[in-house]
Structure formats: C-alpha cells, structure tokens
Design a protein around this ligand. Sequence first.
Ligand SMILES: CC(C)(COP(=O)(O)OP(=O)(O)OC[C@H]1O[C@@H](n2cnc3c(N)ncnc32)[C@H](O)[C@@H]1OP(=O)(O)O)[C@@H](O)C(=O)NCCC(=O)NCCS
Length: 186
Amino acid sequence: MTVRPDTATNWVPRLAREQDIPALETLIPLSVRSLQAAYYSPEQMEAAIGPIFGVDRQLIRDGTYFVIEQDGQLIGCGGWSKRKSLFGSDTARAAQDDALDPAKEPARIRAFFVHPTWARRGLGRAIMIACEQALLEARFRSVELVATLAGEPLYAASGYTVVERCALPMAGGLSLPVVRMTKRFG
Ligand SMILES: CC(C)(COP(=O)(O)OP(=O)(O)OC[C@H]1O[C@@H](n2cnc3c(N)ncnc32)[C@H](O)[C@@H]1OP(=O)(O)O)[C@@H](O)C(=O)NCCC(=O)NCCS
C-alpha cells in the first residue's frame, strides 16, 4: 500500500541520526514555546519540556524518527514507533520500551515538532506521509497517538479521529490536556 501525499510537497524527510540530538534538543523547546503558546500556559509548557516534550533516542536507534533540514539547520522532526510508549522522552521512561505486534496492535505516531518560522509550510504533513509509508511497510494496519492541542489539527487533517480527551499529570500538580487519536488503514 502506498500513502499518497494529498498536497504537493518538496520537503524530503531523512532519518534522524545520533549526531542530530543536540539540534533536536534546541528545536523541540523552541517549537513548544512558540507554537503551543496559544493552547497551554507557560507553566504547563515548561513542566512538559523534558519529560513529555524531548528526544526519544529509542526512535532514532530504531530508524523510525525523521528530520527535515534546510540550509544545514533542522527545522522539523517527527516519527512513528513500533513500541508501546505513546509519548515522552526516553529519559522519562523507567523500563525498556517493549515492541508492539503489528498483527494485533496499532503503531504509534510520535513527537512532531516544527520550527516556528517554518510552521504551516507542509513539514508536518511531509513527515506524516513518510511515517505512514514506513509503518505500513512494517505491516501495521492502524495507528494511535496522543496529540497536543497544537498538534490536533495536523492529525485531523491527516485522517485521525478523536478517541478521548484527557490530561497528562505533570510535576507540581500541573496537567496537560491532550487528545488520544486513531487511524485505521483499509
Ligand atoms: C503540530 C505541528 C507539528 C504541525 O506542523 P506544520 O508543519 O505546521 O503542519 P503542516 O504545515 O504540515 O499542516 C498540515 C495541515 O494541518 C493542519 N494544521 C496544521 N497546523 C494548524 C494550525 N495551527 N491551525 C489549523 N490547522 C493546522 C492544516 O490542515 C494544515 O494544512 P494547510 O496548511 O494546507 O491548511 C506544529 O504546529 C508544531 O510543531 N507544534 C508544536 C509542537 C507540537 O505540539 N507538536 C505536536 C505533538 S503531538
């Protein structure tokens, strides 16, 4: 099965490498503080940066995390996962992230972040197409994700439907409203 882009895009995601981690650690908080500011308080964003919004090195090791570069700078990232975790950086995880069974369980879409200067230019959509192509090749037939309120419109535009609205507990008695979403491929 081939995932066809529904809009023309010139962005070509490439797989992330270990050497990209410092640039990802700069990009992710920059994206959060700008593009989530309309949805979350500064306190919520700061509590989530690190444990919830951070690099998951397991995805890079698995070859399931993509980046987009422009003039040598990382301007977008995002990935999919064949493991159980639905969100969060690897540093927030106590145990190994176990593998999913593609025959029975949905793959995950994980950790999309775009540089604010490059928002609404199709990067998110381009990374989503690369992820869906790869997870279909890995024989998954459905996908689950936990979206931020900032991410929900991208996923809705990509055919994902809302399962549940809930909130992730965070340090200091704070919580982060999020949306569980799903998509099934025919
Ligand atoms: C969510 C995010 C990755 C989207 O990336 P993006 O490159 O701006 O998205 P795209 O340009 O590919 O958008 C594709 C479509 O999604 C929808 N969309 C994306 N952002 C939207 C917004 N802010 N408002 C309304 N619709 C939006 C639109 O339908 C859009 O198509 P259009 O521009 O032709 O109307 C980006 O906003 C981001 O990094 N946010 C902060 C981090 C975050 O919360 N990530 C989600 C983690 S779950």
